[in-house]
Design a protein around this ligand. Structure first.
Ligand SMILES: Cc1cc2nc3c(=O)[nH]c(=O)nc-3n(C[C@H](O)[C@H](O)[C@H](O)COP(=O)(O)OP(=O)(O)OC[C@H]3O[C@@H](n4cnc5c(N)ncnc54)[C@H](O)[C@@H]3O)c2cc1C
Length: 317
C-alpha cells in the first residue's frame, strides 16, 4: 500500500516524484517499458531551462531520476497491465510485480508519436528524423526538409519549419489533405513549402553524413522517386498511452485523459494526470515537468483530507 503511485518516468512522472518525495509522501514510481520516457530517444535538448549549452536527453532524465531517489522516491520496473479505479485504495497490476495498492495515482504515461514504420526511419531518429518541429527545427537552419502528413499538425509543422529551412516539402500519401481549409491555405500561401502529394513513403535514405531524403512511390506513375532533404519530420499524430485504463477514466475521442482545466484532476477523485497523456497541444518536456509538479501538489492536497489507510506508524518513522 502506497500513499501515491506514479505511473511513468518521463519528465512529468519524475517531477511529480521529486515533489511528492520532498513532501514526505514516499511515492512509488513505475517505470514502464521506456524508463526516462521519450527524451531518452533523443540526443541534444536545447530548450530545457537551466542548461546554457543544452544537455543530452538521457542525461537529463538520469539526473531527474537521481534527484527523485535522493528524496526517497522508490522505483519499480515493469509496466501497468491493468488498474482498478472503481474504489479506493486503487489497485494496480504491474507486470512482473503483482498487485499494488495506492491512496492516489498519478498517471504520466505520455503519448507516443506515430512513425511510418519504413526502413531507415528508426535508425535515424535524432539524426535527421524527428517527430517534433518545436524541438528540432532549430537544428536545420538553411537545410531542406520534408514533413510527412496531411493533417493540421503537419501543416503547422511545415509552416513552422520554414523559419529555418530553405525549403520544406510536404509528402502525403493521398492527393487530398486532411487538414482544415484554413491550415491548408496558410501552408499553400507559403512560398517555401513545396508539395509531393499522392506519394507513399517507402524508405528514409541516409548515408554517413546524415539523411539524404525520402524514397517515395508516386501513386500516379507507379515509379519510385527520391525527395531530397536533410531532415524528415514525421507528423502523422500521437497515441496517448492510456490503453491500460480500459475506459475507466474520462478521455477525449483520441484517448487523451481529460483534466479539469488549470488542474491535473481527472473525473476520479484521487487520480491525477500530467504530461503528454493529457496534453494535446504543447507536448514539451518543460510543460510535462510543470504539470508533474501540479499533479504532485494536487495529490498531496487531496491526501490531506482523504487517507483511507492509517499511516500514523509510517509517519512516525
Ligand atoms: C525524439 C524526441 C525528441 C524530443 N525533443 C524534445 C526537446 O528537445 N525538448 C522538449 O521539450 N521536448 C522534446 N520532446 C518531447 C518530450 O520528450 C515530451 O514532451 C516529454 O517526454 C513528455 O513527458 P511525459 O512525462 O509526459 O511522457 P514520456 O516522456 O512519454 O514518458 C512516459 C513514461 O510512461 C511510461 N509508461 C507508458 N505506459 C506505461 C504503462 N502502461 N505502465 C507503466 N509505465 C508506462 C513510459 O515507460 C515512460 O517512462 C521530444 C520527443 C521526442 C520523441
Amino acid at each position: 500500500m502506497y500513499k501515491s503511485i506514479i505511473i511513468g518516468t518521463g519528465p512529468a512522472g519524475l517531477t511529480a516524484a521529486i515533489y511528492l518525495a520532498r513532501a514526505n509522501m514516499q511515492p512509488l514510481v513505475i517505470e514502464g517499458l521506456q524508463p526516462g520516457g521519450q527524451l531518452t530517444t533523443t540526443t541534444e535538448v536545447e530548450n530545457f531551462p537551466g542548461f546554457t549549452d543544452g544537455i543530452m536527453g538521457p542525461e537529463l532524465m538520469d539526473n531527474m531520476r537521481k534527484q527523485a531517489e535522493r528524496f526517497g522516491a522508490e522505483f519499480r520496473s515493469g509496466w501497468v497491465e491493468h488498474i482498478d479505479l472503481s474504489k479506493r485504495p486503487f489497485k494496480i497490476k504491474v507486470e512482473g510485480a503483482g498487485e499494488l495498492e495506492a491512496e492516489s495515482v498519478i498517471i504520466s504515461t505520455g503519448a507516443s508519436a506515430r512513425y511510418l514504420g519504413i526502413p531507415g526511419e528508426q535508425d535515424n531518429v535524432g539524426r535527421g528524423v524527428s517527430t517534433c518541429a518545436t524541438c528540432d527545427g532549430f537544428f536545420f537552419r538553411n537545410k531542406k526538409l520534408i514533413v510527412v502528413g496531411g493533417g493540421d499538425s503537419a501543416m503547422e509543422e511545415a509552416s513552422f519549419l520554414t523559419r529555418f529551412a530553405t525549403e520544406v516539402t510536404v509528402v502525403n500519401r493521398r492527393d487530398e489533405l486532411r487538414a482544415s481549409k484554413i491550415m491548408q491555405d496558410r501552408a499553400r500561401d507559403n512560398a517555401k513549402i513545396k508539395w509531393a502529394l499522392n506519394r507513399k513513403p517507402l524508405e528514409v535514405v541516409a548515408g554517413d553524413t546524415g539523411v539524404k531524403g525520402l524514397k517515395v512511390l508516386n501513386n500516379e506513375t507507379g515509379q519510385e522517386e527520391l525527395v531530397e532533404a536533410d531532415g524528415v519530420f514525421v507528423a502523422i499524430g500521437h497515441t496517448p498511452n492510456t490503453g491500460f485504463l480500459k475506459g475507466q477514466i474520462t478521455t477525449d475521442d483520441h484517448g487523451y485523459i481529460m483534466v479539469t482545466p488549470g488542474t491535473t484532476e481527472t473525473n476520479i477523485p484521487g487520480v491525477f494526470a500530467c504530461g503528454d497523456v493529457q496534453d494535446t497541444r504543447y507536448r514539451q518536456a518543460i510543460t510535462a515537468a510543470g504539470s508533474g509538479c501540479m499533479a504532485a501538489m494536487d495529490a498531496e492536497k487531496f491526501l490531506e483530507g482523504h487517507m483511507v489507510h492509517d499511516w500514523s506508524e509510517a509517519l512516525d518513522k
